[in-house]
Design a binder for this molecule. Structure first.
Ligand code: GAL
Ligand code: CA
Length: 355
């Protein structure tokens, strides 16, 4: 039961968040699973995996899933510890334990077919979430669904936010006065649909708005704050004042970059660097409040967690996955929760979504 509490406290600093999340990690079923087993042996079982508990954003999705499942299903939730073969074993065990539906956050987005190969012969519905499988794989099983977002939307909105802020501040931010925005970009996990789409669409959007851009450096920091700090340290050593903007595929990496920038004397006196992320996790909203982040794009953890469990519960009960809900499926059997630009002006939108 401590595990859940710890998950709730992701607030102090990035470093402590990561430590806490690591402390929460467990490869076995969570507290929710055992407690709901105690109280409700008759509840249908839903088997779930999270690609790794030690991921800022996913810890909020997980919390939402646990809240939504309470009293309705026996949620057997596993930490796949970023190991696809471990996740495969977990899925085998969940099926053996009688899971009536599966909610799967893949480690490797390309592994959806292998999960379907396990579930389909037993007619077990699968709700994939957060890492979108290929459309062709989804088509191959009528009981496969997806809950997430439209990945490209986050890149487009991030680009729009940057364009607006750049236009308003370029007298100061265009340090070398060449009319070009020199950026570094921290990318999420390569091959992850969100990371690929955000990286492409943020730049495409800037260009389409007539903003001239130059990439000084781009590399993956695997969604991770600590890795992002290391990257940013190296880029500052190499490019120092030439960097005019830090674009991060998620807030975890934006926070990591800010930690590096602070060490280098940024955000004191007149030394400033615009930084943007995606997710709107509470730690990032605090940075926006303090003026250390230009903004972020809300990735609605609460509603994605809720939709995942709503569909999984219906599926476990043999009902239409949308029964009694307001969710809608698109042509690819996906529930897509919208992204929203969050800056200081509408920071409450982010706060409300992560309450
Ligand atoms: C993204 C999110 C990242 C990371 C990733 C994990 O949607 O923005 O922060 O959590 O999912 O798959
Ligand atoms: Ca410039």
């Amino acid at each position: 039961m401590l595990k859940k509490k710890k998950g709730l406290m992701l607030s102090l600093t990035v470093a402590s968040s990561i430590l806490l999340a690591t402390a929460c990690s467990s490869s076995t079923t969570s507290s929710t699973a055992s407690s709901s087993k105690d109280s409700g042996g008759s509840l249908p079982a839903v088997g779930a995996t999270i690609y790794k508990f030690d991921d800022n954003f996913m810890s909020y999705v997980r919390r939402s899933m646990e809240d939504e499942a309470k009293g309705k299903v026996n949620l057997m939730l596993n930490d796949s510890q970023n190991d696809q073969s471990k996740q495969m074993e977990q899925v085998d065990t969940l099926i053996a334990k009688g899971a009536k539906s599966l909610a799967i956050n893949l480690v490797d987005p390309k592994s959806a077919q292998t999960i379907i190969d396990k579930a389909k012969p037993k007619n077990i519905p699968v709700i994939f979430f957060n890492k979108e499988p290929d459309a062709s794989v989804m088509k191959g099983y009528d009981k496969a669904y997806y809950v997430g977002t439209t990945s490209s939307e986050s890149g487009i909105l991030q680009g729009e936010m940057i364009a607006k802020a750049w236009e308003a501040n370029k007298d100061k931010w265009d340090k070398n006065h060449d009319g070009v925005l020199q950026y570094v970009l921290l990318k999420g996990e390569p091959g992850h649909p969100d990371a690929e789409a955000r990286t492409k669409y943020v730049i495409d959007t800037l260009k389409s708005k007539g903003i001239k851009v130059q990439e000084l450096a781009m590399d993956t920091a695997m969604w991770d704050a600590t890795k992002a700090t290391e990257k940013m340290d190296a880029w500052l050593a190499k490019y120092s004042d030439k960097i005019e903007f830090v674009i991060a595929n998620n807030d975890g990496m934006a926070l990591g970059a800010i930690a590096s920038l602070e060490k280098a004397g940024y955000f004191t006196n007149d030394k400033y660097m615009p930084v943007v992320g995606v997710d709107a996790i509470p730690e990032a909203l605090d940075m926006i409040d303090k003026g250390k982040m230009v903004g972020t794009v809300l990735n609605d953890a609460k509603n994605q967690g809720k939709a995942t469990i709503d569909l999984a519960i219906n599926a476990a009960n043999g009902k239409d996955v949308l029964a009694g809900t307001n969710w809608k499926l698109d042509d690819s059997k996906a529930v897509r929760v919208p992204y929203v630009i969050v800056t200081k002006d509408n920071i409450q939108v982010g706060r409300d979504a992560y309450k």
